[in-house]
Design a protein around this ligand. Sequence first.
Ligand code: C2E
Ligand code: CA
Ligand code: CA
Length: 555
Amino acid sequence: MSRQQPDTIHENEQAESTVGAAGRDLLTLGTVFAALVLFVGTGGPVVTHSVAALAGSGVASDTLLVPAFLLNVALIIFGWRRYRDLMSEVRVRRGAEEQARLLAQIDPLTGCLNRRSIGPATDVLIADAASRGEVVAFVMLDMDNFKQVNDVNGHAAGDSLLHEAAARIQRHLPGDALLARIGGDEFACVVPFAPGQPESIDRLTETLIEAVAKPIAHHDTALETTISAGVSRSDADGARHDAQTLLHMADIAMYHAKNRGRNRHFWFEPDMESELRVRNELESGIRRGLACGEFVPYYEKQMNLATGELVGFEMLARWNSPTLGVVGPEIFIPVAEEIGLIAQLSESLIQQALIDARSWDPRLTLSVNISPLQLRDPWFAQKILKLLVECNFPPSRFEIEITETCLHDNIGLVRTLITSLKNQGIRVSLDDFGTGYSSLSQLRALPFDQIKIDRSFVISLPGNKENATIVQSIAALGEGLGLPVTVEGVENETVLRELSQFGTFKVQGYLYGHPEPAARVATELAQLNLLLEPGEQTELPSSKPVTDAPKTANG
Ligand code: C2E
Ligand code: CA
Ligand code: CA
């Protein structure tokens, strides 16, 4: 891969460091020149006299002139040699400096420019483009799952992914564009374009995203990654932005692309900056909140449609944020997943829920939602079991809900996990059924205990024929496969009546109340005579101090 632009900074450094050698060149040349002058001045008479004297036809030269002459000859020879040596020293040094300069500018793995050199090269390119009436686009590309490739397939695989990605990107870039690797899995392309034709950059970026997304062969495995991209332009808002600003703007747009589902690109817009600030605040808030026990379980009732009895609760996470109030999981779960805190957060919530549920009537079940990321942890089943043992909670009362999206990840791993959870007596439900793409064969291959119809089909049920058909079909499917079906999002009696024509379900939804904190649940259960007295609860195993578990804010 070639470097496309000279780096003026490094050229200056190189020039400075060869000045010393050149100075010494001059000194040597001066000495040789003086010797030559002397040689011409003294050489003529000395040589003629000496030759005449040797031939016996004249007087020998002055005794001082001969040594002076010989000294001159020696000086010339010495000077010439010294000059030749110096020149070769300069050549070697220039080569080494060029090498060092390249190393300082170039990323050794991919041969692209590096973070340090892309800035000055971009500024040169902006000036160049401006002279032709063009502007530049700064395209920041970030791999979406590089860390995973590295973790699962090893660093050699990661390196070969980066190397191949760089080669593919380079192949699609125009000749005057720059390419740099500016971080672990981040690349930057700087491309001149006509200011009225940003579509050319859209097309190019899409091409780059597609090119990198094609599987990359590494030994026997095919490595796959997608790319999110952010783009900024040097003339945004009528200003003339420098490389550093362009990089900052492209970075923000890239994060925006990540948050909008990855594998896509966005141009920078000023609004994104405040969005990023909010997100950063959310991130630090979550870290702080987790340490302070601000995340608490809320509970939603699950009812038996046929009998109208309460059968259990689904735990739904809430964040009691001191600045934002009660925050729902759809805001903080994706962020917790992205910053790697989801497992810790989930385990803390499950532990609190198990402690709460110990005081409920033993016939009541507890189900919890699990992030697809947690299912990638080979120790997940063991961790759950440990929590159950620590809280002395029977696995038969415990249920795990996983969403269809988990099934795309690694079906083999998911199967092993579900099987080992089931072997412990834990039940596993397939949540949000109908929204993903799980095929019937997957549903049969995986030993689920139950399916949950996504609430989006249920909420608009009255009067919506299509959704009625979907709910009916899923109910029939459940019956055929011998899987109980839970319907969520039941908001009113009309829906309930319609549902009761389709079959027997477990139901949940606002009709039975909104999700509530532990203390309120306890009060209601007490009224229904479904709350155990402290003396009736099973003892906690003495060796496992559960007392250091974070306290729920409400219970
Ligand atoms: P979900 O598992 O589908 O949970 C049901 C969601 O529907 C809950 O939203 C609940 O409050 C809401 N809901 C219940 N009844 C009705 C109804 O009658 N009408 C309508 N419109 N909505 C209803 P919530 O609590 O905001 O949770 C959203 C999602 O966040 C959950 O969807 C679940 O996927 C996820 N989630 C919640 N807690 C956790 C957790 O601890 N870990 C993980 N990984 N995800 C969680
Ligand atoms: Ca759920
Ligand atoms: Ca659901």
